[in-house]
Write a protein that binds this ligand. Structure first.
Ligand SMILES: Nc1ncnc2c1ncn2[C@@H]1O[C@H](COP(=O)(O)OP(=O)(O)OP(=O)(O)O)[C@@H](O)[C@H]1O
Ligand code: SF4
Ligand SMILES: [Mg+2]
Length: 317
């Protein structure tokens, strides 16, 4: 079956910074694929690359970037605009990225539906109010008439989640969608997304720092470090048998796989993510890795300990 989203060998650079370096991942229908890694690893840049919403100074290339088998690299701006917010939608890390301060919540939400689905104003307003209620917003009618600056950060984040769902997307890319929300609302939104996933076969690429969320909702996890996917595996396998030293460091705080609490953050590893210049060779984790030796400065093999599990390290599979 064709994957919903296929990313193969994605490269993104900003001037002399290589932000994404050959990252590959895919999302199937009905699958939640979580992308984790420390700040600055390239998670948001990967997500924005799919939507073709990178900053103008970005250079993007890939061996393949496709949605439902359709090539996104060669797609025209209007073709991309037809998909964006419609069949594939994104919840941004920063809510004000997708909310226009000059328009009310209601006009922004209904506009998406009217543009893509030719819905009547009445039907669009009803759907917007229904979705606001479903993401836990009380008095949705009142909120529809308000401007983004009149809402708290948590409310804005919920509005953005509702807006992303207006057109019943088949792929949802969610970049830290629930960080500003309290655990009750977070749980409510995750339940809503799971239901949509079941009912609509929604595929989701979910970026999060919260291992509790990963453990509860992810089918597969990919770990990014300095622009590369250093390990990818089905969730249970990754928690039980992390193979890359970086993944092991991130999961170190988790005492027993399968018993992860809510709000369990990624483990912290001494040192920081290096800035990588184009042409860099070897493993970018070597300055922080307890297993590093001189062979870590040359080409690193990707091992496949099982059909669905791979990691990038000189250590044997
Ligand atoms: N517009 C830009 N211009 C220059 N560099 C950028 C730009 N956007 C991102 N970068 C760089 O690309 C790298 C990856 O950034 P990205 O935002 O993808 O990180 P992230 O993994 O999403 O981190 P976080 O967890 O903090 O959101 C960083 O080094 C960042 O500084
Ligand atoms: S390649 Fe070397 S430095 Fe990189 S994670 Fe493996 S052992 Fe550590
Ligand atoms: Mg980010």
């Amino acid at each position: 079956m064709t994957a919903l989203l296929e990313i193969e060998q994605l490269q993104v650079s900003f001037g002399s910074t290589a932000a994404v370096r050959g990252a590959s991942l895919s999302v199937a229908r009905g699958e939640t694929h979580c992308l984790v890694g420390e700040s600055g690893c390239g998670k948001s840049v990967t997500a924005l690359s799919v939507m073709n919403l990178l900053a103008p100074n970005a250079r993007r290339s890939a061996k393949r970037l496709a949605f439902e088998g359709q090539d996104l690299l060669g797609l025209s701006d209007s073709g991309m605009a037809n998909l964006r917010g419609n069949a594939m939608a994104m919840i941004f890390q920063e809510p004000m990225t997708s909310l226009n301060p000059a328009y009310t919540v209601g006009s922004q939400m209904t506009e998406v539906l009217r543009r893509h689905k030719r819905a009547s104003q009445r039907a669009a307003t009803d759907r917007a109010a229904d979705l606001l209620a479903r993401v836990g917003i009380t008095a949705p009618g009142l909120r529809l008439g308000q401007f983004p600056h009149q809402l708290s950060g948590g409310l804005r984040q919920r509005v953005m989640i509702a807006m992303a769902l207006m057109c019943e997307p088949r792929l949802l890319i969610a970049d830290e969608p629930t960080t500003a929300l309290d655990v009750t609302v977070q749980a409510q939104i995750l339940r809503l997304l799971s239901r949509l996933q079941r009912d609509l076969g929604l595929g989701m690429l979910l970026i999060t720092h919260d291992l509790g969320i990963v453990a509860r909702v992810a089918h597969r996890v990919s770990v990014m470090y300095a622009g590369e996917v250093v390990e990818s595996a089905p969730t249970a396998e990754l928690f039980a048998n992390p193979r890359h030293p970086y993944t092991q460091g991130l999961l170190r705080c988790v005492p027993v796989p399968g018993r992860i609490k809510r709000d369990e953050p990624l483990g912290s590893i001494p040192g920081t993510v290096p800035r990588i210049a184009p042409g860099f060779a070897g493993c970018a984790f070597r300055e922080r890795c307890a297993f590093a030796d001189e062979s870590c400065s040359s080409a690193i093999p990707r091992h496949r300990p099982s059909a669905a599990h791979d990691f990038l390290c000189r250590l044997p599979a």
